[in-house]
Design a protein around this ligand. Structure first.
Ligand code: PLP
Length: 471
């Protein structure tokens, strides 16, 4: 999480303002007169209704999540899911003996995903829930590294240094993995109109110290799917020529819950023998509120047994693979609810509706004439666009900032190497972002453009920075 500093001198100087008497006790003698300090633990307690009101009021300044086109994370669930989650909020996922039914639901979710992702033998596929895709990717990366170490005990530690091959468009979790676990990140830069990893460059980067290749379904930068099957085929060639058997991990944070329903013919999952592991974010297109991800391995061979811990001090003896210990169980119950509630047909309908909204928005934005589409929302329901070549009056950062005035969070950011020259806007369509909201968005954008076209040039701003969180 954000690494915060303690209170600054000016923070500490702040004294509480008088409290609205209606918030607490209207009687100033019995109740509070001044608000508690904000940067030191208050000396005494506060009545629950007053404390609630303080926190509630401050949070009003957070954005409206439904108008946020930057995030991939679920911002709407059915009321029943909310009730279920409230019922489970005291359940600790790690305590599998105390909460055997929660553990059972997790197991069923893993089994359903193994089936959905075509594990060759679902009974030997292994997997677990995680806090999100980031933790899932760490676990998959650790399995890669450990398997490579087992094959290279004579050279590591010592002369060999492990590396991981991926596109420069990877989500930041892979840079974290490489940093934390001391693996060289071999990132393939973008070139021209290629905005993600391609098979030839992936194969070129590999050597005997490559622990694996990460293929993304799909890229957070533009919503495009990486060619997983081609990457696997290129690695088959590498194996034939050089003898290196390099496994692939599919980072399906978003796409692993889109492709099975909307692109059933696309070969990207365990049907490809080289795919050793897959992750997804239950809280993205798995349609659950934040805090859940999934990691699956095609079989027990892909997940070294020595990484698995068996804890017995809570009673029971369950194998676990996780970075965290305690974790909320509510998200797992909510994931199972979503699977049960929608089924394949329901997921197909929901994801198709989302992709339809994305496609329609992309088409309409493309037709405005001011923009050039990089993607069309026909893979992930996500698309990126930039200003048309002849547009000189404004740039993508102007559009992002001005749309914010109307309540829309539309991120603008620059691409990674070697296309840092390219700045884009990106729209992430999610369940709950209806065609009605898309119409309102387009109307606001069109109205804004009549103003922006009058500018003499892009607004000045400090050395270009992204305008909103875009991962
Ligand atoms: C969002 C995302 C992640 C990180 O997932 P969290 O669930 O937010 O931890 C990793 N990889 C890709 C491709 C993503 O889109």
């Amino acid at each position: 999480m954000t690494l915060h500093k303690g209170a600054s001198p000016s923070d500490r100087k702040q004294t509480g303002h008088p409290v609205n008497p209606f918030y607490g006790e209207a009687d100033p003698v019995a109740g509070m007169e001044t608000a508690p300090p904000r940067h030191t633990l208050p000396d005494g307690p506060l009545a629950p209704h007053a404390a609630y009101q303080f926190v509630h009021d401050e949070l009003m300044l957070d954005g409206n999540s439904r108008l946020n086109l930057a995030t991939f994370v679920t911002t709407w669930m059915e009321p029943q899911a909310g009730v279920l989650m409230a019922e489970c909020r005291d359940k600790n996922m790690i305590d599998k003996d105390e909460y055997p039914r929660t553990a059972e639901l997790e197991k069923r979710c893993v089994a359903m995903l193994a089936d959905l992702w075509h594990a060759p033998d679902p009974s030997s596929a292994v997997g677990c829930s995680t806090t999100g895709s980031s933790e899932a990717c760490m676990l998959a990366g650790m399995s890669f590294k450990r398997r490579w170490m087992q094959r290279n005990q004579d050279r590591y530690p010592g002369s060999a240094r492990p590396n991981l091959v991926m596109g420069a468009n990877v989500q930041v979790c892979w840079e974290k993995f490489c940093n934390f676990w001391e693996v060289e990140a071999r990132t393939v830069p973008m070139e021209g109109d290629r905005f993600h990893l391609d098979a030839a460059s992936a194969a070129e980067q590999c050597d005997e110290n490559t622990i694996g290749v990460v293929a993304i379904l799909g890229s957070t930068f533009d919503g495009s799917y990486e060619p997983v099957a081609d990457i696997c085929a290129a690695l088959d060639e590498v194996q034939k020529k050089r003898g290196w058997d390099i496994p692939v991990h599919v980072d399906g944070a978003s796409g692993a819950m889109i492709a099975p329903f909307l692109d059933p013919e696309l070969m990207w999952d365990f049907r490809l023998p080289r795919v050793a592991s897959i992750n997804t974010s239950g809280h993205k297109y798995g349609l659950v509120y934040p805090g859940v991800g999934w990691a699956l391995w095609r079989d027990t061979e892909a997940l070294p047994e020595e990484l698995v811990f068996r804890v017995n001090y809570l009673g029971g003896d369950m194998p676990t693979f996780a970075l965290n210990f305690s974790r909320p169980g509510a998200q797992v119950a909510a994931q199972y609810y979503t699977f049960l509630r929608l089924g394949r047909a329901g997921f197909r309908a929901v994801q198709q509706a989302t992709r339809d909204v994305a496609g329609s928005m992309a088409e309409r934005i493309g037709a405005l004439g001011d923009f050039r589409l990089l993607t069309r929302g026909d893979q992930l329901p996500v698309f990126a666009f930039t200003t048309a070549d002849d547009v000189t009056a404004f740039d993508v950062f102007d559009v992002s900032r001005r749309m914010r005035e109307r309540g829309w969070l539309l991120p603008a950011y620059t691409f990674p190497p070697n296309r840092e020259d390219l700045s884009v806007l990106r729209v992430v369509c999610r369940n709950g972002f209806s065609m009605d909201l898309a119409d309102l968005f387009l109307a606001d954008l069109e109205q804004l453009l009549t103003e922006l076209r009058q500018q003499s040039g892009p607004m000045q701003r400090p050395e270009s920075v992204a305008t909103a969180f875009h991962h």
